[in-house]
Design a protein around this ligand. Structure first.
Ligand code: ASP
Ligand code: MG
Length: 304
């Protein structure tokens, strides 16, 4: 990736910050949830920040779109797969722009090709090659919110490309790098990154901060909060990434005034004061260990 994709040079210490706010599928699952997202965005706009929003498709939509491409032909063309599955995010970007306009927030939707978000040619699992942030920055500086369809870009063949499942996290972090944003807020259905899966271990604790390296390890080992590639990008470009819940009341006083309500900040190790020896435990459900005992210690026996 090129120079304009370089590590953010701004410090965010001033009153006004530039934020990327990303909302996943459960956060935009229906019209009420989209209106809730609009309130989260309005809160940041009212606080004086420049905001670019990245949205996923409504929960379940991408699965349905993928299923249709398989049903119509198991061996379908990857370019047409992308044409179909990229539509989920087009819908939510337009709906959120309407919801924002409806509450008096100046907003405009953007598809990947309009920015453009340039990808490589690996249709269906493309990687972002470059994002030209110039047009968006111009709009942000005019006070307009950019609502960007996640998960998609445009490939060298000038056709729509998608980034692989869960790719809107990567869209958000890459956009934050390109826009030199002060922070990338990932709004999801959990309030942060936990030491292990709280649904399995009730005593799991939320981490207030975790380093890029440790988050990368946890994501690679199966923690599902973020797509692995988004964490890689955050680490390479130094994008401070804050995982938080969209289910909090968007107008709660602590959210309006505080910088860091409940959530987990993924950041440089230097920003973490209290270092833990073990940050977390990720798990995988599709692996098993089988012990065979009393097997003669001779070549070929175990294999047989
Ligand atoms: N909608 C896409 C998916 O379900 C991208 C994303 O949500 O991150 O994989
Ligand atoms: Mg996701």
């Amino acid at each position: 990736m090129k120079a304009r994709f370089s590590k953010a040079g701004r410090t965010g210490k001033g009153i006004m910050a530039r934020l990327v706010m990303k909302f996943g599928g459960t956060s935009v699952a229906d019209i009420a949830r989209i209106k809730n997202v609009a309130q989260h965005v309005k809160r940041e706009v009212d606080a004086g920040h420049q905001v670019a929003v990245v949205v996923s498709a409504m929960a379940g939509t991408t699965n349905q779109l993928v299923a249709w491409t398989r049903e119509i032909s198991p061996l379908h063309d990857a370019r047409e797969y992308d044409t179909v599955v990229a539509t989920g995010e087009q819908v939510t970007s337009g709906l959120l722009a309407i919801a924002l306009q409806d509450i008096g927030v100046n907003a405009r939707s953007w598809q990947g090709w309009q920015i453009p978000v340039k990808t490589d040619s690996a249709h269906g699992a493309a990687r972002i090659a470059d994002i030209d942030g110039a047009r968006l920055i111009e709009r942000l500086e005019q006070g307009q919110v950019a609502v960007v369809a996640g998960f998609q870009g445009v490939a060298p063949d000038n056709r729509v490309a998608t980034l692989g499942r869960g790719g809107s996290d990567t869209s958000a972090v890459a956009l934050a790098a390109a826009l030199e944003a002060d922070r990338c807020d990932i709004y999801t259905d959990v309030d942060g990154v936990y030491t292990t899966d709280p649904r399995i271990v009730p005593r799991a604790q939320r981490l207030s901060r975790i380093s890029y390296e440790e988050m990368l390890e946890m994501a690679s080992l199966g923690a599902k909060v973020l797509q692995v590639r988004s964490v890689e990008l955050a680490m390479v470009y130094g994008v401070r990434t804050f995982v938080r819940s969209s289910f909090d009341d968007p107008l709660a006083p602590e959210l309006v005034s505080a910088n860091h309500p409940t959530g987990t900040l993924i950041c440089d190790e230097d920003e973490i004061v209290e270092k833990k020896v073990v940050s977390g435990i990720a798990y995988s459900k599709d692996e098993a260990e089988i012990s065979l005992r009393r097997v003669a210690d001779k070549p070929g026996v175990a294999a047989a």
